[in-house]
Design a protein around this ligand. Structure first.
Ligand code: PMT
Length: 401
């Protein structure tokens, strides 16, 4: 495996040499890329001696030496040959650049051109780590599938104590191995995911809807892509940016979601219904905006098609995961939906509590399976829940095929 190690400018840059050695001991071929700031801490010669390869230090290194077209786009060539990109240490500055697509050196330009797994081991001062800007950048990158090896706590080079110290080498290398393994786990599979709310129009300007942001479904899509799947993401109205590489089908109503899902059902081997589909829609949709004075005294509603139940009827060998949003009796409702909708797994989240569920960064869930197991996922990020769900699918799906 060819692993690119990106070294950025923090005091932990010297530890990158150990990361390189540990990767080599696992038989990975390593190419080191250093930012200009990293070279203030460690000399490229250290890495050249370890890897036996020229260290890439600038966007135009090769072009200046060779002057060919190929050398001028070396970042594309390296991105194409790379099977895992490890950034260790990852400074606050480089995380900000990656999150905003700023490509002003070899590492950040190559990152944009690269589509495989990215593992980042942040290291910085505790206040920089906890700063809202850094945390927002981490969240953006997590949503796009970057895997973080979280920093440890302890005494930092700046003299402060707290989180910010680069994770231990073994954890970084284990994350690389896991990413490489998972990177092909879903090779050849197509995962169909629904996300976000639906909107059921009352008139041209009003609709019935719910608070779903799409985060849960988009986190699942990013994770499926990271594991090598083709992803079809059927998304209700959401302001989120979809993960790169997913085929996105935008829908608005439950009926449109039903049509889109059923049109692509045959291609899918795994289906995950994280969308919050409206259960009811207005029987009549006014063609003109309803005037305040003419508003009807009552709203007549009818049920929307139950997409998950229909998938359950047609599922064949597909692995079907439903969600359940409950405010009470979570366990009983999860099992009832699992059976009534013929699912292999139901992820039941308690909703209505602050900080989790609808339109929140975190989630907490009870996962029940057709095999009769129930596991509790304690409150954590939707990204971590997505990882957990795919780990469970990986364990259970072979029995369905
Ligand atoms: O989008 P976020 O802000 O990140 O929030 C995530 C979430 C809370 C929306 C998500 O975790 C979740 O719980 N999604 C399912 C919400 C829901 O509609 O639950 P339900 O219990 O009403 O429906 C059960 C299952 O049937 C769901 O998989 C749902 O997609 C499906 N369904 C429901 C109605 C319908 N007409 N068709 C369906 O397919």
């Amino acid at each position: 495996m060819r692993v690119v190690v990106g070294v950025t400018g923090g005091i932990a840059a010297y530890k990158a040499a150990e990361v390189v050695r540990a990767l080599q001991e696992r038989a990975h071929t390593v190419q080191v890329v250093m930012t200009a700031h990293a070279q203030e801490f460690v000399r490229p010669l250290t890495f050249a001696a370890l890897t036996g390869q020229k260290v890439i230090t600038g966007l135009f290194d090769a072009a200046s030496a060779q002057g060919t077209l190929e050398s001028a786009i070396e970042h594309i060539g390296v991105a194409q040959q790379c099977e895992a990109l490890v950034i260790a240490p990852a400074t606050a500055g480089v995380l900000a650049k990656l999150a905003h697509g700023i490509a002003d050196d070899f590492l950040t330009t190559m990152y944009l051109a690269y589509t495989g797994p990215v593992i980042a081991a942040p290291a910085m001062n505790v206040n920089m780590w906890q700063h809202a800007a850094t945390q927002a950048n981490l969240e953006t990158l997590r949503r796009r599938g970057v895997r973080f090896v979280e920093p440890g706590e302890g005494y930092l080079a700046c003299g402060m104590t707290g989180p910010g110290r680069m994770a231990e080498i073994e954890r970084i290398v284990a994350a690389v191995d896991q990413a490489l393994m998972q990177g092909c786990e879903l090779d050849g599979q197509t995962v169909l995911i629904t996300a976000g709310p639906t909107r059921e129009p009352l008139d041209p300007v009003r609709y019935l809807s719910n608070r779903s942001s799409g985060r849960m479904g988009f986190a699942l899509a990013a994770e499926a892509l990271g594991r090598g799947a083709q992803v079809i993401l059927v998304a209700g109205p959401t302001a989120l940016e979809p993960p790169a590489g997913a085929e996105v089908m935008r829908v608005e109503t439950a009926q449109e979601m039903y049509d889109a899902v059923l049109a692509r059902l045959n291609e899918a081997t795994i289906i995950i219904k994280a969308a919050a589909v409206a259960d009811f829609r207005p029987v009549h949709r006014a063609s003109q905006k309803v005037k305040k004075s003419a508003a009807p005294p009552a709203l007549e509603l009818e049920p929307t098609p139950d997409i998950l139940a229909e998938i359950g009827r047609r599922k064949g060998e597909r692995f079907v995961v439903g969600f359940a949003a409950e405010t009470e009796h979570v366990g009983e409702e999860a099992v009832r939906k699992l059976r009534s909708k013929n699912c292999d797994m139901v992820v039941a989240n308690r909703v209505g509590e602050p900080g989790t569920g609808f339109d929140a960064e975190d989630n907490e869930a009870l996962i029940v399976t057709a095999a009769g197991e129930a596991t509790h996922f304690p409150r954590g990020s939707k990204h971590d829940l997505a990882v957990h769900i795919f780990d469970r699918i990986h364990q259970l799906q072979p029995a369905r095929r």
